[in-house]
Design a protein around this ligand. Structure first.
Ligand SMILES: [Zn+2]
Length: 195
């Protein structure tokens, strides 16, 4: 799918608050409501926006022991069944000796014990677990931009940016350009617009 700056802006706004009304987005971006609406619909249809989600306060829910687990898993079947465990909320593969890192939530110490038992029975060996005492930062916004394979057009010449884009930030907004020449011209254009 071909995304442009407007799409990126819409995604950024929705990432910080998925319930931002279309009207507010349209005002922010200076575009009509139907335009924003159809863009959001398209982003959803194309699968760029997978789902609108919420972030809950863990302390406000019943399951409130957060666990970080590191383990060594070579067997794909074990990895697959790990994905089905409801306690596990995130799984990452890493380059370490203990190649799998998970985040899990359990209700209390009893459930924690049962969960560790279950992992053991599944064949998970060498588990290293830590109970999280305090969450210091939790971001749910993926950093999106041309770097992650989204196609973006150069804001100066309109050409599709293939390599690493040249970035230029003004008024808190990031702009993407295809080459140093476009970057220079665009900066010039923006500085005229400012005056
Ligand atoms: Zn260009």
């Amino acid at each position: 799918m071909h995304l442009d700056m407007i799409d990126l802006e819409i995604i950024r706004i929705l990432q910080s608050n998925a319930r931002t009304p279309v009207l507010e987005i349209s005002k922010k971006l200076g575009l009509s409501r139907p335009t924003i609406k159809s863009r959001i619909d398209k982003l959803r249809e194309e699968g760029v926006i997978k789902k609108f989600t919420i972030v809950i306060d863990r302390d406000a829910v019943v399951k409130n022991i957060l666990l970080l687990l590191r383990m060594k898993i070579d067997d794909n079947r074990i990895l697959e069944s790990l994905k089905d465990e409801e306690e596990i909320i995130e799984i990452y593969e890493t380059m370490n000796e203990k190649n799998i890192v998970c985040k899990a939530v359990v209700r209390d110490i009893d459930e924690l014990r049962e969960f560790m038992d279950k992992l053991n029975k599944m064949g998970v060996k060498e588990v290293e677990s830590s109970i999280v005492l305090k969450t210091l930062k939790e971001e749910h916004e993926a950093d999106i931009g041309p770097e992650i394979g989204i196609t973006v057009e150069c804001e100066y010449c309109g050409k599709e940016i293939t390599g690493t884009p040249y970035k230029f930030k003004i008024y808190n907004k990031e702009h993407y350009l295809c080459c140093p020449v476009c970057l220079k011209s665009y900066k010039k254009k923006m500085s005229y617009a400012k005056n």
